[in-house]
Ligand binder design. Structure first.
Ligand SMILES: [Zn+2]
Length: 59
């Protein structure tokens, strides 16, 4: 559930909770990245999900 707005607020929120904001949110399956949102599989160099548009947290 990525929202374009309030991104900085979310960063602060997660950082405050000790969440690793550097870690991408991809799941891994069969040596591919799997979108945690729709389950779509992507090559390991994928930066966004081409199926649903999800992307891991980037700075
Ligand atoms: Zn997806």
């Amino acid at each position: 559930m990525a929202t374009a707005s309030n991104e900085n607020d979310i960063d602060d929120f997660l950082s405050g909770r000790g969440h690793d904001t550097d870690s991408p949110g991809w799941e891994e399956s069969y040596n591919k990245k799997q979108c945690p949102d729709c389950g779509g599989l992507h090559e390991t160099d994928a930066s966004t999900c081409s199926v649903c548009g999800w992307s891991p947290r980037a700075d």
